[in-house]
Ligand binder design. Structure first.
Ligand SMILES: [Fe+2]
Ligand SMILES: [Fe+2]
Length: 502
C-alpha cells in the first residue's frame, strides 16, 4: 500500500515471508508501477530488490529519469554544447578588416562632397537593383519626362531608378514620394489596394527618405505623376553563409552599450560574466568578443549627463574599460567599435577611438563604426545602430522594441542609414560606405538596448545586449531594456547561444 500497490491474495504469503519489506517498497516506488500487485509483477520487482538487509532507505532508481533542463531566465532558448565544438585557445586569431573609415575620411563637408556622396550611393545601389529581373530596362528621369505623353499608355510601362524624397502617406492611405536621379525629379504614387503582396507591404511600411529604389509604372493623364505598379529593392535570395573551417570552429560573442562610467552600469553582472568566462565550458569556445559601440557613457553627450555619471573623467572611463577587458581570459580577442557616446566624431562612418585613449588595453583591436570584417572567413558587419531611430520614425513596421525589424529593412535596401538630415549624422564621403556592399553572414547592431537573434534570409541578425540598467529617460518613455545577455555565434556551425547574467 505504501508504494501505491494493492497486493493480490496470491502474493500476500510471499510478501510476509520477506526478511524486510522496506527494500521492496523502495524498489516498487522507484519503478513507478501502481495498481494490483500480481505474481508476475512481484517476480519482476523482487528480481531487482536487494536481498541483503537495507541500511539506508535510499535506493537507486531502476531507470534514470530523462534529464530535463532547468528553465532559463528571459525564456532564452537552450543551446547544445556540441554545436560549439572547439576550444578557443587551440586556434590562432584570424581577423581581416574589409572596411573601417579610421584614417581614411576625406570629406570636407562641402556641397560637392554631399553631391558625390549621393551620386555614389545611387550608382552602387542601382547596380545592385539591376541584378534583379526588372520588367524593362530602366531609363533616366529626364527621358521619362520627355516621353511622358507616350508613357501614359498602359502598354508602355517604364522603369526608373533613383533616390526617394519626402515619402508620405496621403489621406486615402496611398504612398506618395518623388524619385530623383542626376537628370531630374518626378512624383510617384503607389496606391493602397486590397490585394496584399509586396507592394502593399511597402504602402503599409512606408519608405525612407533617400532610399534608392526602382519604380515601374505609367504616367497619369496629366503627366504630373507616375502611377506605380512595382517597387524594386536590390534582390536578396537566400544567402549562403560562409563558415569557418572545421578545424577553426571557434565562436564570436557580441555585446554593446556597456555605458561604463554611468551610475546605471551593471557592475555585479559584469563580474558574473567575467567569472563565467573563466569557468564555463561554453566560454572556452569564445575566441572573439565584439563590442558594437557605447563602451563608455562618455562626457557631455547630453545636457545634465554629469548627474548620471559615476566616472566623470573621459580618460578614466576608457582606462577602466581597458582594465575590465583585461580580466577576460587571454584566449579572448576584443574588437571595440565606437558609438554615439564615444569620444569620436558622431558623423558616420565613425573612426576608431583616439590612440591616446587606448593605452590601458592589451587584448583589443580598435575599429571604426560601422566595421565590415571577417573572422576565419565569416563576414561580420557590425554597426552601432543610431539609424534605428530613423527607421522607427519612418517605417510603420519598426519600433524601439523591435530593432530587428530595422535590421531587416537595412538588409533589404542594402543601406545602414539612408536618411540625410534625420537623427543619424552622416559624413558625406565621396564613396558611400554605409551601403551594404557585401551581404554579411552575421549582422550585428546595438544602441537600442534590446536583445534579439534571428536568421533573416540566411543572415544571422544579432541585436546585442547592453550592460546598462534602465535609465530615467527610458523609464519616462516606458522602455524596458534587455540588459546583460551575451550572444554567442559559432563561426563553423552558425549555432547561437544567449547567456543571461541577470
Ligand atoms: Fe547605448
Ligand atoms: Fe548608442
Amino acid at each position: 500500500m505504501a508504494a501505491g500497490l494493492l497486493p493480490g491474495r496470491s502474493v500476500r504469503e510471499r510478501l510476509l515471508a520477506l526478511p524486510s519489506i522496506d527494500a521492496f517498497i523502495e524498489v516498487a516506488k522507484a519503478s513507478g508501477k501502481t495498481g494490483v500487485l500480481d505474481e508476475a509483477m512481484l517476480d519482476e520487482l523482487l528480481a531487482v530488490t536487494p536481498t541483503t538487509p537495507v541500511v539506508a532507505r535510499t535506493i537507486a532508481p531502476i531507470a534514470e529519469p530523462d534529464p530535463k533542463p532547468a528553465p532559463r531566465k528571459h525564456d532564452l532558448a537552450h543551446y547544445n554544447l556540441s554545436d560549439f565544438p572547439m576550444q578557443a585557445k587551440d586556434v590562432d586569431a584570424e581577423i581581416s578588416v574589409h572596411f573601417d573609415i579610421t584614417g581614411k575620411s576625406v570629406t570636407e563637408g562641402k556641397k560637392e562632397d554631399i553631391q558625390s556622396f549621393f551620386n555614389d550611393r545611387l550608382k552602387q545601389v542601382k547596380r545592385l537593383i539591376l541584378d534583379r529581373n526588372l520588367p524593362n530596362r530602366p531609363i533616366a528621369v529626364n527621358e521619362a519626362l520627355r516621353r511622358k505623353r507616350q508613357l501614359v499608355d498602359r502598354d508602355n510601362q517604364f522603369t526608373i531608378i533613383g533616390l526617394v524624397n519626402e515619402p508620405k502617406t496621403t489621406k486615402n492611405g496611398h504612398l506618395m514620394f518623388t524619385i530623383e536621379d542626376s537628370t531630374g525629379e518626378v512624383r510617384c504614387l503607389l496606391s493602397q489596394r486590397d490585394e496584399g503582396g509586396p507592394n502593399q507591404q511597402i504602402v503599409h511600411a512606408g519608405l525612407m527618405d533617400d532610399d534608392v529604389i526602382g519604380v515601374s509604372g505609367n504616367f497619369n493623364q496629366s503627366g504630373e505623376l507616375i502611377y506605380v505598379d512595382d517597387i524594386h529593392f536590390p534582390p536578396l535570395n537566400k544567402h549562403q553563409r560562409r563558415r569557418a573551417g572545421e578545424d577553426q570552429a571557434v565562436s564570436a560573442a557580441f555585446i554593446s552599450d556597456l555605458h561604463l562610467g554611468s551610475k546605471t552600469f551593471l557592475a555585479p553582472q559584469w563580474e558574473k560574466m567575467i567569472q563565467w568566462f573563466h569557468t564555463d565550458p561554453l566560454a572556452q569556445t569564445v575566441r572573439y568578443l565584439v563590442i558594437s559601440g557605447d563602451g563608455v557613457d562618455g562626457v557631455g553627450i547630453y545636457p545634465g549627463q554629469d548627474k548620471h555619471l559615476d566616472i566623470t573623467d573621459l580618460f578614466n572611463q576608457y582606462s577602466k574599460l581597458g582594465q575590465m577587458l583585461q580580466e577576460l581570459p587571454d584566449w579572448v580577442e576584443v574588437l571595440l567599435l565606437p558609438g554615439n557616446h564615444d569620444a569620436v566624431r558622431p558623423a558616420e562612418p565613425q573612426p576608431a577611438i583616439d590612440p591616446e585613449l587606448q593605452t590601458d588595453y592589451n587584448n583589443t583591436l580598435f575599429v571604426g563604426n560601422p566595421c565590415d570584417f571577417s573572422l576565419h572567413g565569416v563576414r561580420v558587419l557590425s554597426y552601432h545602430g543610431v539609424s534605428i531611430m530613423d527607421f522607427v520614425s519612418s517605417l510603420r513596421t519598426v519600433t524601439f522594441e523591435t530593432p530587428e525589424a530595422a535590421m531587416r529593412a537595412m538588409i533589404d535596401r542594402r543601406h545602414l542609414a539612408p536618411s540625410w538630415g534625420g537623427k543619424t549624422p552622416l559624413s558625406p564621403e565621396p564613396e558611400d560606405r554605409l551601403v551594404i556592399q557585401e551581404i554579411p553572414d552575421i549582422f550585428v547592431t546595438g544602441h537600442v538596448h534590446g536583445h534579439h537573434i534571428e536568421n533573416y534570409k540566411g543572415v544571422n541578425l544579432v541585436h546585442s545586449s547592453t550592460w546598462q540598467d534602465q535609465t530615467d529617460y527610458q523609464r519616462m518613455l516606458g522602455f524596458q531594456p534587455k540588459p546583460c545577455i551575451l550572444t554567442i555565434v559559432n563561426l563553423h556551425t552558425h549555432a547561437t547561444a544567449a547567456i543571461p547574467f541577470v
